[in-house]
Design a protein around this ligand. Structure first.
Ligand code: DQA
Length: 138
């Protein structure tokens, strides 16, 4: 099974960025934990701070992979383009947020992705990525 985690803007700063919200572990280190936990999966990871690059990656993997775990960061709340890309591809997408976006500012309550996602996970910290992977397993 081929799964990809796509992280959007500012998520390259995990470990340093607002650790009281996002924790103190880097994503690279957490990704190694995931690879060890799910050795039979073809698991890949992509991060970009650029909206168009995230759209390009969704197009590239979206007719071939078995699942996409997408944390589009702040673009979740603003990007019609990423929302349209999720709608236009065939691979199911799980929308994910590390923090509980519904307990934060009002603007974080809107998602341009959720309506076309297979499901949405938020508020479980980095563990959400593990739960999202499990949602693709039988
Ligand atoms: C986030 C929540 C977004 O509102 C925020 O802009 C992020 C991270 C999360 O993982 O909790 O960058 O997607």
């Amino acid at each position: 099974m081929k799964l990809i985690i796509i992280n959007g803007p500012n998520l390259n700063l995990l470990g340093k960025r607002e650790p009281e919200i996002y924790g103190s572990k880097t994503f690279e280190s957490y990704f190694e934990d995931l690879q060890s936990k799910f050795p039979s999966l073809e698991l890949s990871y992509y991060q970009s701070n650029i909206e168009g690059e995230i759209i390009d990656k969704l197009h590239e993997v979206g007719f071939d992979y078995d699942g996409i775990i997408l944390n589009a960061g702040a673009y979740t709340h603003t990007s019609v383009g990423i929302g349209d890309a999720v709608k236009g591809i065939e691979t199911p997408v799980v929308e994910l947020h590390i923090s509980n976006v519904h307990s934060r500012e009002e603007f974080r309550h809107t998602s341009y992705i959720a309506a076309n996602a297979k499901g949405v996970l938020f508020g479980f910290g980095l563990k959400g990525y593990d739960l999202a992977i499990q949602s693709f397993l039988n």
